[in-house]
Design a protein around this ligand. Structure first.
Ligand code: DAH
Length: 357
């Protein structure tokens, strides 16, 4: 074997033996680099006779091309192998079932919030929001609850420290201030629900200092009590997923509505479990009425031209009733065992078409 043939088999052997790009590059430098084996031999050409040079030059160039080609092809196959290896380790089988250790679930309050939004959304309501920290006026005054009104005591309000002008901000005690903000911001016809957090200084089995309400408001030039009754009946049937529900509209009093009604639905109690739509016990679920002219005026609209109804209900209470959850305080204890029991699968989004719960 000639010396060049020996060099060739040695270099090509080293190229084939390189198992990563870094080693391959070392081989490339040792062969083709400035001081590499082939380059060093090129330098000897100058001292040769023209004939010798021609022969040796051709042979060296051929060797150089062969080694360069071997390096290029080895580099390509190393790259391909690297990609294969990465794909193999990063492989995700999307057809596998959800891992058993996945623990996230949707809280019953979020679930019920979503269900309510779906039902009213289907009836053409949109969702409105307001701040949790309210002025006294939005939370009380504008809702026809003047300073000396007894309803203020009933609300167990969390007050902030007084400002310099003596006024005090409050944590909103209900979602009703969103009624006023909506009237100020939009034109009739208005058809909104306002789900959100509310706060009262109260805590027992059915009360927590933070809880959730949903407010409803419909205003135009002709909405009447009949619409209110129909709307709430449709809501109850859809929400409790029953074909029929008996409803009792009991005369009541709220400063922001006239007339005012509390609404009960029929239910049965068997072994401590409540069932809605059957039986002849009654369960109070919400407050409602025709919006008081003073409230419409506070919202910047003309009660001679605008009329409609409002309602308010507790989201947590609805969740307790629908899903048989006995104690409200557990809602907010962040106990994973409780969430695993009462929570909902995160990928099951409630829709009217696909079933709510
Ligand atoms: N804001 C009332 C509360 O928190 C609930 C309520 C009753 C809201 C009647 C209304 C309504 O809009 O018409 O107790």
């Amino acid at each position: 074997m000639t010396e060049l043939a020996e060099l060739e088999s040695q270099l090509v052997g080293a190229v084939e033996a390189a198992h990563d790009e870094a080693t391959l590059d070392t081989v490339r430098v040792s062969a083709l680099g400035k001081k590499g084996a082939i380059s060093e031999r090129m330098k000897t050409l100058g001292a040769m006779s023209p004939d010798e040079r021609k022969q040796a030059g051709q042979a060296l160039n051929a060797l150089k091309d062969k080694v360069a080609a071997a390096i290029a092809s080895r580099s390509a196959s190393l790259k391909e192998a690297g990609l294969e290896a990465r794909l193999a380790t990063e492989f995700v089988d999307v057809t596998l079932p959800v891992r058993p250790e996945m623990q996230g679930s949707v809280h019953p309050v979020s679930q019920v919030w979503e269900e309510i939004t779906q039902i009213f959304g289907d009836m053409g309501f949109s969702v409105a929001e307001g701040p949790h920290i309210e002025t006294d006026w939005y939370n009380f005054g504008a809702l026809n609850i003047p300073d000396d009104h007894p309803a203020r005591q009933e609300h167990d309000t969390f007050y902030f420290n007084p400002k310099e002008d003596g006024s005090r901000m409050v944590l909103r005690t209900h979602t009703s201030p969103v009624q006023i903000r909506t009237m100020q911001e939009s034109e009739t016809p208005i058809r909104i629900i306002a789900p959100g957090r509310t706060y009262r200084c109260d805590s027992d089995q059915t009360h927590t200092p933070m809880f959730h309400q949903v407010e409803g408001l419909v205003l135009d030039d002709k909405t009447h009590l009949g619409h209110l009754k129909w709307c709430l009946e449709e809501f109850c049937k859809a929400f409790f997923e029953v074909d029929a529900v008996k409803m009792r509209f009991r005369a009541s009093h709220f400063p922001f509505t006239e007339p005012s009604m509390e609404v009960d639905i029929n239910c049965s109690w068997e072994k401590g479990q409540v069932k809605v739509g059957v039986g002849d016990s009654w369960l109070e679920i919400l407050g409602s009425g025709m919006v008081h002219p003073n409230v419409i005026r506070a919202g910047g609209l003309d009660p001679e031209k605008v009329q409609g109804f409002a309602f308010g209900m507790g989201i947590d209470r609805l969740a307790m009733l629908k899903y048989g959850i006995p104690d409200l305080r557990a809602f907010f204890e962040a106990d994973l065992r409780w969430l695993r029991h009462y929570g909902f699968r995160s990928l099951n989004v409630p829709t009217l078409a696909g079933g709510l719960s």
